[in-house]
Design a protein around this ligand. Structure first.
Ligand code: PYC
Length: 320
């Protein structure tokens, strides 16, 4: 009755719950659908086109919430990689996820599948390195990141012109310096409304990444609340939830912009603060005209779950 409907062998959907700087990652360690092998980009397409019910069952209410990010572990495809991973949220698959990769590293350590040292994960945008320092601390070595366009002005309905940079950090970002609205939890509604309107304006005006990819993450940045940090941010994710963590791909995109502006040297440490005050440390290596972001954060395991799919439960596949 509560067999896993996504698998002929009925292997249960088993989960390790984590959070990275307050942002949850629900790591699916078994019972995921068969995505047919191939590259992680191909498997992500199969996941998007055929298994949206699985996505929704894992991250949407009533099991999850709009802020939940899922990480489906798959077999690795790159020799030496520990696993493949497909990230997803309340509206669809993500390309990459930095806080999620830190969470996956800590979940794999919790399971005894990795020990301290360097490892490789396959993602839909290419292999991503991660170094486990201890049971909670991970540095990810992200995909090559870059600023695509500087000072792009978009006309935002009800707001007026807004200027920002377009950068790739594993996802596409529009990064805006914010001087008027406090990047504070007390201003969440206003920040969400502002960034959502920017996102809609970018889409309506066909302003995209250099591969035509939709810019689905909006990042506001300003001075840090804690003077030990470099900058405070508010990141709106594709499903309209704000990132509780400092956003790993967002930190990567910001590093790329700072380097492009000549404001960060390879020996510098850039500390990005989230809107709830959690911090990622960013460093980088130069690789031609790209930067390789190194982003360090901490994650904790806070649950182990097996999902049940009761046939009479009208919301066994989530509220969609
Ligand atoms: O950490 O890269 C990240 C991320 C993307 C969406 C939510 N978190």
């Amino acid at each position: 009755m509560s067999r896993n409907p996504f698998r002929e062998d009925g292997e249960p959907v088993r989960i390790i719950e984590t959070h990275t700087g307050g942002e949850p990652t629900r790591v699916v360690i078994s019972g995921g659908p068969d995505l047919g092998g191939g590259s992680l980009a191909e498997q992500r397409r199969v996941f998007r086109d055929k298994f949206d019910r699985f996505r929704s069952a894992v991250v949407n209410e009533p099991r999850g919430s709009d802020v939940m990010v899922g990480a489906l572990l798959t077999e690795p495809v790159t020799p030496g990689a520990v696993a493949g991973v497909i990230y997803f949220n309340n509206v669809g698959p993500l390309q990459m996820c930095g806080h999620g990769t830190i969470g996956v590293g800590v979940a794999l350590a919790h399971l005894g599948r990795v020990s301290a040292g360097k490892h490789l994960l396959d993602t839909s945008v290419g292999p991503v390195g991660f170094e486990l320092h201890d049971l909670h601390t991970v540095t990810i070595e992200n995909v090559p990141s870059y600023r695509f366009r500087r000072d792009v002005t978009v006309e935002v309905v009800g707001i007026g012109p807004v200027t920002g940079d377009i950068a790739w950090g594993g996802n596409w970002f529009f990064l805006v310096r914010e001087d008027q609205r406090p990047l504070a939890l007390s201003h969440l509604e206003e920040l969400t409304d502002f960034t959502w309107k920017i996102r809609q304006a970018l889409t309506a005006q066909n302003i995209t990444g250099d591969d035509g990819g939709e810019i689905d993450h909006i990042e506001l940045y300003g001075p840090p609340a804690n003077p030990e940090n470099s900058s405070r941010t508010f990141v709106l994710c594709p499903g309209k939830a704000y990132d509780r963590s400092p956003c790993g791909t967002g930190t990567s995109a910001r590093l790329a912009c700072l380097v492009a502006d000549g404001k960060l040297r390879p020996e510098d440490v850039y500390r990005q603060e989230s809107v709830i005050g959690t911090v990622f440390e960013g460093r980088y290596r130069q690789d031609g005209d790209r930067v390789i972001p190194l982003v360090t954060g901490t994650a904790y395991v806070n649950g182990e779950t097996t999902f049940l799919f009761e046939e009479r439960d009208p919301f066994r596949y989530g509220i969609r």
